[in-house]
Structure formats: structure tokens, C-alpha cells
Design a protein around this ligand. Structure first.
Ligand SMILES: *[C@@H]1O[C@H](CO)[C@@H](O)[C@H](O)[C@H]1NC(C)=O
Ligand SMILES: *[C@@H]1O[C@H](CO)[C@@H](O)[C@H](O)[C@H]1NC(C)=O
Ligand SMILES: *[C@@H]1O[C@H](CO)[C@@H](O)[C@H](O)[C@H]1NC(C)=O
Length: 410
């Protein structure tokens, strides 16, 4: 008797392990997915309704050997995947009745959000939070090909604004410079994970304006981050009713920015990146523009300090998504959970937002340099609510809190 029970339980245990291995391999197969994403897939897979064959939801491998990818198949599967991932999404909170209301290809209007900031101010993290939204198309840094410069006015401003508008309308025609640059800098595309899922196998797709335009139109949420255009110019984009855009300005303590830039070889000698006086003049100009935009477009514009995001990633992200009119999805919660508690080495990792990161400069910068920045940036720091350190001891002491309140007023 005992033996038979043992035999059956072994059979059952064996059967279960085989099932688990099968189920596991189905997701781990798909190596381009990060762990958090495969967990999301499993969660979706376990949900009761919408009986969809999971294999249809995987990106189609298109490698150099198997010829031309079936573009229509890629589109069909992408549509299905987006629908599937958003099956439980409450579209009413985003002001439409259903997914079609947000799809350009169905005559709808997608949700568009633009992050304006500057180098080393926490945009990578913020950009990825938004990209954790299912059905998001991430227009990553359209002006990498401009080099390490700030766009503050004519003549580059016209071209830049035109490009932003075109991209948000999923029109990539005439963007040869952008695609040409991408050919030797694939990271221009790889942050756009949903595009990259396909074009990493077949790089021609990444630089194909027609494919990119059509693919882009399938996505209900469109986000973009830009570190080279100053806020003053963005007013034009908010005025454009057709764009229906929301804008977030991300600001960071200039001492933290400069400390972070010291570790980047792209910065020196470009003055726009290397000179605190230029950074802080931009911060003043951004403040003036922010105060005006906040008054004129209170529901379309928001300013955010990186330090607040890092200190309270959860509540700040919730507030930001609420402002954007986006609902919190399990994938957002998972992203926050996995990216804000763990610290992993590596400069391009975003696994770095934690309480100490924004204030690391206090312990690594020389006080003389900090004092120099503080003098140069006196006005910018006071407008954005950053307190001075008085001396080296004060700077490193626990009692010194660099963050003060700030008010956006004209
Ligand atoms: C969806 O969101 C709207 C607006 O926020 C709310 O009134 C409604 O109850 C929500 N529906 C569901 C099913 O949660
Ligand atoms: C995150 O913040 C929201 C809103 O403030 C709250 O409802 C939620 O419980 C928080 N989640 C965690 C994990 O703290
Ligand atoms: C450093 O600044 C603190 C705070 O202002 C002050 O109390 C302290 O006396 C200063 N120390 C030195 C050595 O100047």
C-alpha cells in the first residue's frame, strides 16, 4: 500500500515538474524579455478570459538567414499582443471608450507624453517607467545625431520641433539623418523595446521609415524623452491641439548633474554639457517657462525634481501617471519593485534609483568644486529649491538636507 502511494506521488510529482519545465521554457525561450516581463506574461497567461494562443504573442524571430520577415504577420501579432496586454485596462480613466479610441490606425488619438530634461538628470529611469506601460511606443532621444548640444532657439529649434511632431504622428518620412545615425548607434532604437523586439533580428527594419511609421501607429501610448531641447520651445507643441500632448520637465540638482557627468566621456569638452554656467542658465530659463506653462496648461504640464522621484519612486510615479491620465498596471508596479529596491553596478543600468543616489555628490565631490557650482548656480538653485552646503563638514554631514521647497510662480 505504502509503496503504491509512493509510486503514485512520484508519478504526480514527475508529471508536475515536466509541466513546470514546459511552462517555464515557453517563457524563458524568449530571451529578449527581461524577468519582470516574463512574470507579466505568466500573470496574463493565468487570467481567466480572452483565450489567446500565447505563441502568437511572442515576437517573430527574423534573422539574417530566413529572408524577408513577414511584415503583415508582425503587425497582426503586435495588434493582438497589445490587445491582450491591455485586456483589463480601464480606458474610461484615459477618456476613451476602448482601445480603438487610442489607435491611430483606427482613427483614434494616442496618449502622447514628452519628457524634457538634460543629460544625467534621471531621464533613463523615468523613460523606462513610462515604457513599462503595455502598448507603449518609446521614441527615444530623436536628436542624438545633433551631438552634445542644447537647442535653445533658431535655426535648430524649427527642425527639432518639426521632428518631434512628425514622430508623434508616426511619420518618419524625410528623417534620413535620424536613421543614418542609428545605423552606427543601435541604442537609438533598442530603448524602444517593442520596436527592438522585431528589428534586432533584422536591423533593416529599424532603419526603414515605412515600417517604423506603420508599426508606430499600432500603439495606444507614445512616449518620448528629449535632453537637448529647452522647455521654452515646447510651448509650441502644447499649443498644437492635434498633438494632444502632455509634458513633464525633469529637473535635477546641478551638483548631482555635474558629478554624474564627470563619469561620462561624452561630456567634455562640449560646453553645453561641461559648463555649470550653461546648465544653470538653462535651469533658469526652464523655470521661467515652467511657471508660465503651469499656469496656461495646468493639466498638460508638470515639473518634477529627480530627487523627489528617487526618494519616493512609488508615490511620485503614481502621481505622475495620474497626471498623464494613465492607469497603474501590474507591469508598472513590477517595474517599480524591481528597479527601486535593488542596486546593480554598471553605468547604463537603471537599477539605480534609491535613496542615496541623488545625494552621492555630497560624498564624492570636492567642496571647492561644489562651492564653485553653488556660486555660479545661485539663482537656479534658489528657484528650484536646492540648499547650499556651507563648508566641507556641513556638506557631508547627515543633518544637511539639500532639498528645500520650491514654488513655480511667475
Ligand atoms: C474606470 O474608470 C472610471 C473613471 O476613473 C471609473 O468611474 C470606473 O468606475 C472605472 N471602471 C472600472 C470597471 O473600474
Ligand atoms: C504606491 O503608492 C500608491 C499611491 O500613493 C499606494 O496606493 C500604493 O499602495 C503604493 N505601493 C507601494 C508598494 O507602496
Ligand atoms: C560649517 O558650516 C556649519 C553650518 O553653517 C557651521 O555650523 C560650522 O561652524 C562650519 N564649520 C566650519 C569649520 O566653518
Amino acid at each position: 500500500m505504502l509503496r503504491r502511494v509512493n509510486f503514485y506521488s512520484i508519478c504526480i510529482a514527475f508529471g508536475l515538474s515536466v509541466l513546470l519545465i514546459l511552462a517555464g521554457s515557453r517563457y524563458t525561450d524568449n530571451t529578449n524579455y527581461r524577468p519582470s516581463e516574463s512574470r507579466r506574461n505568466i500573470r496574463n497567461f493565468l487570467k481567466p478570459i480572452e483565450d489567446v494562443d500565447e505563441s502568437l504573442l511572442q515576437p517573430i524571430p527574423t534573422n539574417a538567414d530566413d529572408g524577408t520577415p513577414d511584415i503583415d504577420k508582425i503587425f497582426d501579432r503586435t495588434r493582438l499582443k497589445i490587445k491582450h496586454e491591455l485586456w483589463n485596462y480601464n480606458f474610461t480613466q484615459s477618456g476613451v471608450q476602448n482601445l480603438d479610441g487610442l489607435l491611430m490606425e483606427s482613427g483614434g488619438q494616442p496618449f502622447r507624453s514628452l519628457i524634457i530634461s538634460t543629460w544625467r538628470s534621471g531621464t533613463t529611469f523615468l523613460g523606462e517607467v513610462l515604457n513599462a506601460m503595455p502598448g507603449n511606443f518609446y521614441h527615444y532621444e530623436p536628436f542624438l545625431n545633433f551631438g552634445i548640444v542644447q537647442i535653445r532657439g533658431t535655426p535648430e529649434a524649427d527642425k527639432a520641433l518639426k521632428t518631434i511632431k512628425k514622430m508623434f504622428h508616426c511619420n518618419f518620412d524625410g528623417m534620413e539623418d535620424y536613421f543614418e545615425y542609428g545605423k552606427s548607434h543601435w541604442h537609438q532604437f533598442s530603448h524602444n523595446t517593442r520596436l527592438w523586439d522585431h528589428c534586432k533580428y533584422k536591423k533593416e527594419l529599424c532603419i526603414d521609415a515605412d515600417f517604423t511609421s506603420r508599426f508606430c501607429k499600432l500603439f495606444p501610448f507614445q512616449s518620448m524623452k528629449v535632453v537637448r531641447v529647452r522647455l521654452r520651445l515646447v510651448k509650441q507643441l502644447l499649443e498644437d491641439k492635434e498633438l494632444n500632448l502632455k509634458v513633464i520637465l525633469l529637473i535635477r540638482d546641478p551638483r548631482g548633474v555635474m558629478q554624474s557627468r564627470q563619469h561620462r566621456n561624452f561630456c567634455q569638452p562640449a560646453p553645453d554639457c561641461w559648463k555649470p554656467e550653461l546648465l544653470c542658465a538653462d535651469m533658469i530659463s526652464d523655470y521661467v517657462a515652467a511657471a508660465r506653462l503651469k499656469q496656461e496648461y495646468p493639466h498638460r504640464f508638470m515639473a518634477l525634481r529627480y530627487e523627489e522621484l528617487a526618494l519616493n519612486p512609488n508615490s511620485t510615479t503614481y502621481a505622475m501617471l495620474k497626471f498623464l491620465g494613465l492607469g497603474i498596471t501590474p507591469s508598472i508596479d513590477e517595474f517599480l519593485h524591481s528597479h527601486t529596491n535593488v542596486e546593480v553596478a554598471g553605468v547604463s543600468s537603471t537599477f539605480r534609483v534609491s535613496r542615496d543616489v541623488p545625494f552621492r555628490w555630497k560624498n564624492v565631490l570636492d567642496f571647492n568644486y561644489v562651492d564653485e557650482i553653488q556660486m555660479t548656480c545661485k539663482e537656479a538653485m534658489s528657484l528650484w529649491g536646492y540648499r547650499n552646503a556651507h563648508n566641507a563638514t556641513h556638506m557631508t554631514s547627515k543633518d544637511y538636507n539639500p532639498l528645500d521647497q520650491y514654488y513655480l510662480t511667475q
